[in-house]
Design a protein around this ligand. Structure first.
Ligand code: BV8
Length: 241
């Protein structure tokens, strides 16, 4: 039975809830250039474009609901954790709030969150659900220096020390719906494996780092993840295929 589980999620876990992934024919990065909307340089060049890009996304997630994959992780964090006195941590690259809507607790948003805003003047951050612009006043310091609370390329992801500690300590590492292209998240499996964790990836197809995993389970996350979690809750382990 597993006592310390770390789960990394990516855009693929939210795809069946209607939130577009990044890298696909209809993906987010097909409509906008990464360098224009997901780098600090892009923000410095055209803040309005970047504010509007995230304003649109922030509005769009209001109506989105968690799917069975998110709900299964909430059961893993509650039922499994209680039954087997285990620690279950969810680290997400996603900036939506579907894990929270599913009832998951203490989710680590390593790439930030749409429902948070960051002030470049006082460095304060707070819950935020409206549109932002360069004219929006910070409610903490009054300065007009707000930016989306999102980690862009070239910026340090949040809570890396805590994440690394969890990875070194875990005995089961689960990755769900990520292409394994973006670092440091794409390197998490190797860190967990280096200290003996069993590593499973859930995806539609092999990710760029599939070879690092002990096992891959391929199919839609809304089907494969609940089945896996149900077996874990029932038996404390899972059948090796
Ligand atoms: C950093 C915010 C250092 C915006 C994002 C060269 C080599 C290695 C690394 C680098 C390099 N050059 C630069 C780097 C570093 C860079 C990086 O990794 N670049 C890559 C592209 C090469 N990384 C960074 O810059 C990171 N920071 O390294 O800082 C540092 C050190 C000290 C001091 C300062 C700095 C910051 C990375 C974060 C960037 N921000 N997003 C936004 O979210 O809008 S990244 C963006 O991609 C998202 O956050 C997203 O989470 C992330 C990964 O995407 P995925 O979640 O995997 O989504 P994707 O669409 O790619 O894939 C979806 C998957 O789901 C697919 O596999 C698909 O098959 C699957 N799927 C689809 N449907 C389903 C499904 N699976 C199951 N069921 C389904 N139904």
């Amino acid at each position: 039975m597993f006592k310390k589980i770390v789960i990394l999620t990516g855009a693929g876990i939210s795809a069946e809830s209607g939130i577009p992934v990044f890298r696909s024919e209809t993906g987010l990065w097909e409509q906008e250039r990464v360098e224009d909307v997901a780098t600090y340089e892009g923000f410095a060049r055209n803040a309005r474009k970047v504010h509007d890009f995230y304003n649109k996304m922030r509005k769009s997630i209001r109506t989105k609901e968690p799917n069975p994959a998110h709900l299964a992780l909430t059961r893993l964090q509650s039922e499994y954790a209680q039954k087997f006195a285990a620690d279950v941590t969810i680290v997400t690259q996603n900036i939506d709030d579907l894990h929270e809507k599913a009832g998951s607790k203490d989710v680590i948003h390593m790439h930030g969150e749409l429902n948070s805003i960051l002030c470049e003047h006082c460095l304060g951050r707070y819950e935020y659900h409206d549109d932002s612009s360069s004219d929006t006043e910070c409610s903490l310091c009054g300065h007009k220096a707000l930016r989306p609370d999102i980690v862009w390329f070239g910026e340090m992801p949040y809570q890396m020390e805590l994440i690394e500690k969890k990875l070194f300590d875990c005995d089961l590492f689960i990755s769900i719906g990520t292409s394994g292209v973006v670092y440091p998240a794409a390197g998490f499996c190797s860190v967990a494996k280096s200290t003996g964790a069993y590593c499973v990836e859930f995806n539609l197809e092999k990710s760029a780092v599939a070879s690092n995993f002990t096992r891959g389970i391929y199919g839609k996350a809304s089907v494969t993840v609940p089945a896996f979690v149900d077996e874990l809750i029932k038996t404390g382990t899972f059948s090796e295929e």
